[in-house]
Design a protein around this ligand. Sequence first.
Ligand SMILES: [Zn+2]
Length: 197
Amino acid sequence: MKAGKTRQLVLDLEQYVIAKKNVLWFEPSLDTRGGSHGNFLTQRMEELKNSSFVHSFKIKDPADILKKGLEFFERLKIEAIFVDEYFMIPFKRDFFYEYEKSKLSEVPIVFAGLISSWAAELFPTAINVIPFMDEIQKTDAICMECGKPANYNYYNADWNENKTIDDGKNYECLCHDCYMRKTGKPISIDPFLSSPN
Ligand SMILES: [Zn+2]
């Protein structure tokens, strides 16, 4: 969502596709949000995903990654596995134990997606996934007021609906200074107190 994530994924994926290396790409079948990243990036991403070196699947269950991964592993050299919007797929710690035990253990796996809600609370899936990552790269959104790196989401819709997944229309990405200017306070420990109203 207006973050640098797609930009980074495009760069990563290009490295494999240009070198004609096979990768698997998984994304949640739940994710119905439209592209909110701007046309060029969305188009480039689609181009890369349509390449014959990217084998992509929509999944509901983390076990599908192991199943598909092993299927492909038997007949192709798989260089990497990508999981986009991982937080919408119910990962448990077991997944990582199974992955390590499997023939896929040497294949790098990249998880991409949000770690926390608009109220700066870690998603349960993030809590299960983050401890198993060897490396974490945090990409910042761009402040929609001033252009600085943005760490805050300003939710400008009715927070009573309490939707954790949004198409990006009801959020503004803001840097700390702009968030403070708009709300007059930092993100509160209690998400209800940080509501714009
Ligand atoms: Zn700003």
